[in-house]
Design a binder for this molecule. Structure first.
Ligand code: COA
Length: 464
């Protein structure tokens, strides 16, 4: 049975900080953000928004657009790493908000949980809900999977330049107009790691940025190896001599903590795949330097990162490799369009991979490319750590969804924050009623209870 993404919608907060303003305030070269990381603007939440609001706003949008009633929805999952309660699941808050519009008890029949595994949990939620549909358990109902996050780092930390916020919701069913997931190829890798984590009660994560970058690429590569075996054994792909699995994917969507990480990860995977192929000889000749090897090739991530000579040479090699015609071709054709939205919005943790997918659809369609039948490969990564590689093909009715996508218009009424405003928001100095914007027809947070008996209870309204 087919199962996959029927429609996709996004909700991005209306406030942002510009990379140039941020760089100036922190004494950084703006080029580091814009060119080095690929960050131009970072979306920031207002005082009356939390990740549940973002998720509910995205859900309402997709339900209204598709004229769905709560009866049509069998499952609602929320995946996040910005959770604010250790027990009560975020989907319960989202359902509470939606019921303000659809009527109390309207979602009573609807199951679901909040899922957590840093940035990868949305991919697990998609996989589980796809299998719920494939198993015939959905009985004609749809599933909503919402990925919603606020990427917030300590002020003055190196992560602060990779912030952002937003939610992406995907409507899943057995007749998807957009993308049908390839069965029996989804591959995972997992390892107990401390590259990025957020202990109980702490609002911002503890991050080992460079460690995390490398671990992301290693874990995705491992999952890709498993994907490759499954794709071949299931008969989905047949590799001719000299081919790689990546040749059989028309697009590659990567997890994007910042847009250039997509390019870094693609270069890493492509190097790994091409190294065994005849084409590699020509590339090495073109680059003019041999691919460096660490002093201890079987060493740990720490030993590789600590091998300064190797790291410098590898950096030089990667830069040269990414300038080759062969890499440029694969980058432009398979990845570049997925990076556009990330540059304008920033890091969305769980949602960043799917914002990239949404971005790729819109900007490839605008080039006049017929996307019908194109295969998308997904490289999902969550710190802590786990990766997931999977794929799907675009369906004949995709145009119905993609033709109306317009990121510029959806982001248009945005307000550029001053540095003072941004820092005030960052340090949580204002209450919900002191919001910077007065939005209409959106769910907003009104109050968080501070009394002993009801501490943490949240009240939301739909702002008519
Ligand atoms: N002009 C142009 N480019 C510049 C520059 C300048 N003046 N200064 C630095 N750069 C480039 C660097 O060369 C580097 O590019 P490269 O990776 O292609 O070599 C890039 O900008 C980033 O610089 P770097 O020194 O690596 O940044 P950093 O160590 O200060 O911080 C992160 C980068 C991503 C590690 C940090 O922002 C972070 O920890 N983010 C949060 C965690 C995260 O995103 N993890 C990712 C895995 S999920």
């Amino acid at each position: 049975m087919a199962a996959g993404i029927d429609d996709i919608a996004i909700y991005i907060p209306r406030l942002y900080i510009d990379a140039a303003d941020f760089a100036k305030a922190r004494g950084l070269d703006p080029e580091k953000l814009q060119k080095g990381l690929g960050v131009s603007q970072m979306a920031i939440v207002d005082t009356n928004q939390d990740p549940a609001c973002l998720a509910a706003n995205a859900c309402l949008q997709i339900m209204q657009k598709n004229k769905l009633s709560p009866e049509d929805i069998g499952r609602l999952y929320v995946s996040t790493e910005s959770s604010f309660d250790e027990s009560k699941a975020m989907n319960s808050y989202v359902i509470g908000m939606l019921e303000q519009v659809y009527g109390q008890g309207a979602f009573e029949h609807c199951g679901g949980v909040e899922t957590k595994f840093a940035c990868v949990s949305g991919s697990y939620a998609l996989y589980d809900n796809t299998n719920w549909i494939r198993a015939g358990e959905a009985e004609g109902k749809h599933a909503l999977v919402v990925v919603s996050d606020i990427a917030k780092y300590d002020m003055g930390s190196s992560g602060e330049m990779t912030q952002g916020a937003g939610a992406v919701v995907m409507l899943l069913n057995d007749e998807p107009r957009l993308l049908s997931f390839d069965p029996k190829v989804t591959a995972t890798s997992i390892k107990d790691e401390y590259d990025f984590y957020r202990p109980f009660g702490k609002e911002t994560p503890i991050v080992h940025g460079q460690y995390s970058n490398l671990l992301y690429m290693i874990q995705v590569r491992k999952a890709l190896e498993t994907y490759k075996k499954k794709a071949i054994s299931s008969g989905l792909m047949k590799l001719e001599p000299g081919e790689t699995i990546l040749d059989h994917m028309d697009y590659l969507n990567m997890h994007l903590p910042y847009s250039n990480m997509g390019k870094k990860a693609l270069a890493y995977l492509v190097r790994h795949e091409w190294r065994q192929l005849p084409r590699w000889k020509k590339i090495i000749q073109e680059i003019g330097i041999q691919e460096p090897i660490p002093k201890d090739p079987r060493g740990t991530i720490e030993s590789v990162l600590g091998d300064e000579e190797f790291m410098a040479k590898d950096h030089e090699f990667t830069k040269a490799f990414t300038k080759t015609r062969e890499f440029q071709e694969i980058y432009e054709a398979k990845l570049a369009s997925s990076l556009v939205a990330s540059k304008m919005i920033g890091n969305l943790y769980t949602a960043s991979l799917y914002l990239g997918f949404r971005s790729c659809l819109e900007f490839e369609y605008q080039k006049g490319i017929d996307l019908n039948g194109k295969r998308f490969g997904f490289g999902s990564y969550g710190s802590g750590s786990s990766a997931m590689v999977f794929s799907g093909t675009i369906q004949p009715q995709y145009e119905e969804i993609v033709k109306n996508m317009n990121l510029e218009a959806e982001l248009a009424p945005r307000r550029r924050l001053t540095l003072d405003e941004y820092e005030t928001l960052h340090e949580n100095k204002l209450s919900p009623e002191e919001s910077i914007l007065r939005t209409k027809r959106e769910f907003i947070l009104v109050d968080v209870n501070t009394t002993t008996e009801s501490r943490g209870e949240r009240r939301y309204i739909f702002n008519e």
